[in-house]
Design a protein around this ligand. Structure first.
Ligand code: TXA
Ligand code: MG
Length: 310
């Protein structure tokens, strides 16, 4: 059910959960000061309680209400990339509800780059927003994806198609450097001019503790089993996820991820394409993994690999 901005404010302020657009993916939103709504997010998504939520603010300076201190270069990152698809993990105290941070002493913060969403946050207060999909499923990048997972009556603030299509990049400061704990819409290379180094993608600490709890769980998966391959090993499968400029066997149903020349387009289409497989009843699909690995392609590859895990 599509709702207006005023309805969205009123539902959030009366402690309800709604879906909200951002430039990355749709989020399932609850006000930070509504404990029952926060509980409801975990129930609705069937999300493990050990997986914390990101706090979305309209202006990055609001973070000082929650953070206890700031790692080096945080201000530079904030001034350069916010609003935008960056999440920074910062030390916080009990002003952030424990359930929202899964009991950790840190929380993720982000300023979404969509004016509609920032207007909503200004009126309703900071919002906790995980991606608006059932846990494990491909994220939602269109209002209809939210409705597929939560039903036609679920309230959605319509922001159209998400421009980026992949979640924010998550940075954490560790051992005197920022590291990427979740790849996302902002490629690692983009940070070099600001930080003076390219942050590494680090998934686990010594002792196998995940730095980003969400990385532990199955993710982004359609019901179809994905076979990831290159062109020399095209497995016989009725469905193919591939690229517009390539020729695939004509007998196959090819779902185009986009153009090899435009990773931004592939990113925007990725979750839509995975969901399309389900809508068409695919039980297995072959995915063309013959593409570069730098920049945004690194995130695209990681998402496809995660989606293919069983
Ligand atoms: O683009 C995005 O980030 C979207 C939109 C809605 O803003 N949100 C999103 O939220 O992707 P979610 O909940 O689907 O993913 C958040 C990830 C999870 O993997 C979670 O484990 C990690 O952020 N996370 C949250 N707080 C954390 C913390 N304090 N330390 C480490 N990882 C954290
Ligand atoms: Mg998610």
């Amino acid at each position: 059910m599509r709702i207006s901005l005023l309805q969205a404010i009123s539902l959030l302020r009366t402690g309800q959960v709604i879906a909200v657009p951002t430039e990355t993916v749709y989020g399932l939103a609850a006000c930070l000061d509504c404990p029952e709504a926060i509980e409801r997010i975990f129930e609705l998504k069937k999300r493990p309680r050990s997986n914390p939520l990101i706090i979305h603010v309209a202006d990055w300076l609001e973070i000082h209400h929650y953070a206890t201190h700031y790692p080096p270069d945080f201000e530079k990152l904030a001034l350069t990339y916010w609003p935008g698809p960056l999440t920074c993990i910062l030390p916080v105290d009990a002003r952030v509800p424990s359930l929202a941070r899964a009991g950790l002493l840190t929380a993720g913060f982000r300023v979404p780059n969509l004016a509609l969403t920032r207007q909503l946050i200004k009126a309703a207060g900071p919002l906790l927003m995980p991606s608006a999909n059932l846990s494990g499923r491909p994220s939602a990048t269109r209002p209809e994806h939210v409705e597929e997972d939560f039903g036609a009556d679920f309230p959605v603030l319509d922001g159209g198609v998400c421009a980026k299509g992949l979640e924010s990049t998550i940075l954490l400061y560790q051992k005197s450097k920022w590291v990427i704990v979740r790849l996302g819409s902002l490629p690692a290379e983009k940070f070099t001019p600001i930080l003076g180094y390219q942050p590494l993608f680090v998934q686990k600490e010594q002792g196998d503790q995940p730095l980003c709890p969400g990385q532990l769980f199955r993710h982004y998966a359609p019901r179809a089993r994905l076979i990831l391959g290159d062109l020399t090993a095209l497995v016989d499968s009725p469905f193919i996820l591939g690229f517009r400029e390539r020729d695939y066997p004509v007998s196959k149903r090819v779902i185009a991820l986009g153009s090899l020349a435009r990773p931004e387009e592939v990113a925007e289409n990725l979750y839509q394409s995975l969901r399309q497989l389900d809508l068409e009843g695919a039980s297995v699909a072959w995915v063309d993994m013959d593409f570069p690995r730098e920049g945004l392609w690194q995130t695209i590859a990681e998402r496809l690999i995660r989606a293919g895990e069983v």
